[in-house]
Ligand binder design. Sequence first.
Ligand code: SF4
Ligand code: SF4
Length: 392
Amino acid sequence: MVLGTEATKALWQSPGVEGKNTSNLKAWENREMAKEVYKQLCETTAKRGGMYPGVDISEFYELVEELFTPEEAAVYMAIPRGFNPASTIAENMGKSKEEVASILETMADKGLCNAGRMGETIFYGAPPFVPGIFEFQFMRGTSTERDKKLAKLIHAYKAAVNKTRGATKITFPPNRVIPVDRVVKAGNKIHTYDQVKSYIEKYDPLAVSTCFCRHEGKLIDENDDCGKPNEVCMQFGMGAQFVIDRKMGRKIDKEEAMEILKKTEEAGLVHATMNRQEIDFLCNCCSCHCMILKTALDQPKPGVALNSGFRPEWDTELCTACETCIDRCPANALTLSEEDVPEVHLDRCIGCGVCAMGCPSEAIGLVERLSVPVPPVDQKALREAMKASQAR
Ligand code: SF4
Ligand code: SF4
């Protein structure tokens, strides 16, 4: 099967692609063909979904022309769902395996596709913009002129898309919070998927990279610094191997992973990931920069859009009304009652445990919040749960 329209095929056959073209007419034809390829890329990224799918606005084209060469865009579009070897993608394009494999390798280094080795073969996947391509751009934590340009273009695209659709309407939550497990009260059921340490114990390798959301903010404005630690985004298993191979992060051992975890909990960051039991990354989010948390906090009921399945409970005898928990809560879910005891607004509470971690009197513990649905097992189950909730 050969995929791609006449424009993508013509682009590949064009002498201009190989740098041999000298005529103005040919140059003009190539520009027109490239435009057509980016137009098709918009349709493809719209179908591939994610938090920021392709939208036919000028900000999209300004961004993708910086991210992808026309040839890379054509290869991205030819990658079928899931992970595929270069030979399958090349066959889809009617091209040689060597030619397509070389472009795929460059794309993986640029964070335009995923790549993972099984035995001798490398398999490639085409992630959506978010989670995926946008994050990959800033995980290295570098600050080149291109990084700064990309940060502005990505920021402008996200802002323009947000404007076209208003606040994202979340039906079944695509993301979830993992609570600070050491503040869960004894006697409450805590599953392995509720504990970051269970993923740290289970997976090898582990990797850490720069928080792309805080780094994006800094690339746009060097004075933008909320003071939270930056090198705290974790990847597990295959996801970790990808960022290690492509130098987007560094390999860490289990001991360092536990230290990073502790540092994020003390800093009041929220553990957030995809809303499934099988995960390959963990964000440690602040409320001022991070996409997952900020999107949920924009909702009328953040506690429904993003949750851990736990809620805080107070021992009023121990509470000294110091208000530290109120200041630490990233969701503004706490107020002080007339009786001088914190009270929680569950529509806003995401069940992170940041309040409990900071209480000097150890007056707060997390307890189960039974109304929160159990995370689907894997990506397929999450997709089905989201589809079913949209149909309702
Ligand atoms: S931090 Fe602890 S002691 Fe201070 S108000 Fe909150 S619950 Fe009370
Ligand atoms: S009250 Fe705030 S800090 Fe505490 S669990 Fe809820 S959202 Fe997190």
